[in-house]
Design a protein around this ligand. Structure first.
Ligand code: 3H9
Length: 687
């Protein structure tokens, strides 16, 4: 074996030169890897005894793409384009042997090869759109030539990889070989290419599949307008594929470059790349190393069969764990189990689950009216009414019932985990697992670490999050934890803005246009205005109270802040407007015109400020964890990178100056956090 450089080897196996890429963990195309491939190609091409070249990877995967950490840094070594051009132009056949994933630049590299072989478990795709980019090394020009524009549109704007078998059917790979014999089968394939003197198949020269109906692109844009709302990358992907269809190859490549650079230099891709790394950082806990022992979790107990409890149960059942749900009343238990069955059956009706799987999952679920049936559970999650006294009672009882060492978790969204833990004699086993509604759908799980929570309990909770397909974010005990604590800031300002001069639909429109799935008032209408409201204590002191008093309790009653038609389409409401105007007058507020800019800053900057306080108090490990909470729990647009990254991208100095201005005008709610002030003065960012 000849080491060409530390990450690339070259050997000759008979008449085949074998280039092996070995750059763990995922063979990303770093400068070193590109240099190594180029050098190895030079040598293999110069070797007159080598009749064909095999490109194969060591480790767990074929090339997973360009090295994302190099983006935005000064270029070094040969570019990926140089490497790709060299391969495609090679006078000897070059064959890619694919296992694991060939993604992004990795697939682009493979598409430049003359032939591709893959193991059955391999996947190939162009996921650049998820990083706010487009495939920038020929992917937008070569893939349509192989699979046609329509399929390329779907694959490139969707970004999801396809399995080897589908890739074979599309012509993306030439042959699928044995799962455990990639190297020998690929070598045999290469020898066959040589023996039969097969042609050098260059994707750039193909044109048959490029014939496309004129309206394909317009139709695709129209059909996906909602899905792509706010994102720049999908549109650039579409334009690049259009170029593949309308321009000669080299001109198409130039257009691809232009469109790629536009994205690479933009804010959206910077945000999405931040999120890529943030999602991987989030699992790392400074004082709980990866090798911390985990507790075995095979049987889960859930207390409460309501919407939350049921949704939580589905997560575990989906992951193949046995779940017992406990309720106090038989009807509630039956209703809860019935809802779960209905949910599964609805999924089955859509063809995404077999009826057999529905039964299998329901078979993992049992119901009980007796807390003591949870005695042998490894993990118990309480999802009862949000009331400290009730929770303390439940935990006190659990402490006497559940086997020692089991994890006792609360799904509280606000309450003090330490106080709950103190109701037991095993506070080290108590933790918060804050699921977001609908719990079987939302990806976020706030893992709330109490003052006494043991490290193995923390480590196990994070592992469980992964196991059930959630993104677990470790947070500390404080009112509302990370997400709801910051949300409270936005809700307060939204409430003030509508009395000062804006209308609910103004606030909602500004936040929707920013990229949120909906604004605060539309969200309240959806959730129900009467959450936490009671007629006995209602004092007509806020628009929400007054709406509830009128039985306008949101979408479920056909009216809330908005009026709704029979299809639940929202319309601004004259009744709400009058309530707001009357209340403002009653409170002596002189209404004024409020700009969209002020609405945005008033809603978002106090959130960012609260995020700074959360960091300062150590309630989140890092700013990027806060971003992950907001993206996955509240629909913050991923192309704005989360509130903390967004603050960095506009500049903390700008945020600080505005907060000070608001503090002078509106009072202490806007007092800047010490950390924000410190970082802004030092011209630093949160990330
Ligand atoms: C591109 O190719 C642009 C071109 O079109 C044009 C160029 C001109 N770079 O996810 P994991 C790290 S854009 C750098 O935990 P898994 C990752 O951060 C690229 N680093 O493993 C992590 O580091 P750490 C298009 C990368 O087994 C470690 O590797 N390609 C890259 O769950 C393990 O990753 C993509 O978008 C990278 N490209 O999943 C594919 N990829 O251990 C992105 C990973 O320090 N990658 N790392 O936290 C993936 O989707 C997954 O990593 C993969 C493996 C499926 C490959």
């Amino acid at each position: 074996m000849t080491a060409v450089n530390p990450v690339v080897d070259l050997v000759r196996d008979g008449e085949i030169a074998v280039i092996t890429l070995n750059s763990p963990p995922v063979n990303a195309l770093s400068s070193a890897l590109r240099s190594g491939i180029k050098l190895a190609m030079d040598q293999a091409l110069a070797d007159t005894d080598a009749k064909a070249i095999l490109l194969i990877c060591a480790g767990r995967t074929f090339v997973a793409g360009a090295d994302i950490s190099e983006f935005g840094k000064p270029p070094s070594g040969p570019s990926l384009h140089e490497v790709i051009d060299q391969i495609e132009a090679a006078p000897k056949p070059v064959i890619a042997a694919i296992h694991g994933t060939a993604l992004g630049g990795g697939l682009e590299l493979a598409l430049a090869c003359h032939y591709r072989v893959a193991v059955p478990s391999a996947k190939v795709g162009l996921p650049e759109v998820k990083l706010g980019l487009l495939p920038g090394a020929g992917g937008t020009q070569r893939l349509p030539r192989l699979v046609g524009a329509e399929k390329a549109l779907e694959m490139i704007t969707g970004g999801d990889p396809i399995p080897a078998k589908a890739a074979l059917a599309l012509g993306c790979v030439d042959v699928v070989v044995g799962e455990d014999s990639l190297r020998s089968d690929a070598l045999a394939f290469a020898r066959d290419v040589v023996a039969q003197n097969k042609p050098l198949k260059k994707v750039r020269d193909l044109s048959d599949k490029l014939k496309t109906a004129a309206d394909v692109f317009a139709n695709f844009r129209k059909a996906n307008a909602r899905r792509f709302r706010g994102f720049q990358a999908p549109e650039n992907c579409i334009k690049a594929i259009e170029a593949a269809v309308t321009l000669p190859f080299d001109q198409g490549m130039a257009r691809e470059r232009e469109l790629f650079m536009e994205l690479l230099q933009g804010n959206q891709s910077a945000s999405q790349r931040h999120v890529f790394f943030a999602e991987r950082q989030v699992w790392k806990i400074a004082d709980v190393p990866d090798d911390t022992p985990k507790l075995p979790v095979k049987k889960v107990g859930i207390i409460g069969a309501g919407t939350m409890g049921g949704g939580i149960a589905m997560n575990f059942v989906n992951a193949g764990l046995a779940v017992t749900i406990v309720e106090t009343k038989a009807e509630a238990l039956e209703r809860g189990l019935g809802v779960i069955r209905k949910n599964y059956e609805a999924t089955a009706k859509k063809g995404r689950l077999t009826m057999e799987a529905v039964e299998q999952r329901m078979g993992l679920l049992s119901g009980s009216l007796d807390l003591s049936s949870l005695s042998d559970c490894d993990l118990v999650i309480e999802a009862v009414f949000e009331n400290m006294e009730i929770k303390k009672q439940v935990f006190g009882r659990l402490d006497n019932i559940v086997k020692p060492g089991a994890i006792l978790a609360s799904n509280t969204s606000y309450l003090d985990i330490d106080e709950i833990a103190a109701a037991t004699n095993r506070p080290e086993s108590v933790i918060g697992l804050h699921f977001f509604s609908p719990a079987n759908v939302m990806r976020l799980l706030e893992v709330v670490r109490g003052a006494k929570t043991a490290k193995p309990v923390v480590a196990t909770a994070m592992q469980i999050a992964k196991q059930i397909g959630k993104i677990g974010v470790l947070v500390g005990v404080c009112h509302g934890f990370v997400g709801n604590r910051m949300l409270a800031q936005r809700q307060r300002e939204a409430g003030k803005l509508i009395l000062e001069g804006a209308m609910p639909w103004d606030v909602d429109r500004v936040l929707y246009d920013f990229g949120m799935p909906m604004g605060p008032f539309a969200m309240s209408d959806l959730a129900g205005l009467d959450i936490g409201w009671s007629r006995e204590t209602s004092k007509s002191s806020t628009p929400r109270e007054m709406l509830c008093e009128m039985d306008r309790r949101g979408q479920k009653t056909g009216a809330g802040f908005y009026d709704y038609d029979e299809n639940r389409n929202a319309k601004p409401s004259a009744i709400t407007e009058k309530i707001i105007l009357d209340l403002a007058a009653k409170q002596g507020i002189t209404r004024r015109s409020i700009s969209d800019q002020e609405i945005l800053e008033r809603c978002l900057y106090p959130m960012i400020n609260e995020g700074a306080k959360i960091l300062e108090e150590g309630k989140a490990q890092r700013a990027s964890d806060i971003d992950i909470v907001w993206i996955n729990g509240y629909g913050w647009p991923v192309y704005r990178g989360g509130p903390m990254f967004y603050a960095d991208s506009i500049g903390l100095g700008v945020v600080l100056a505005k907060l000070k201005e608001f503090e002078a005008k509106f009072g202490a709610d806007f007092k800047p956090a010490g950390l924000l002030e410190k970082l802004a003065v030092a011209s630093k960012g949160f990330n």
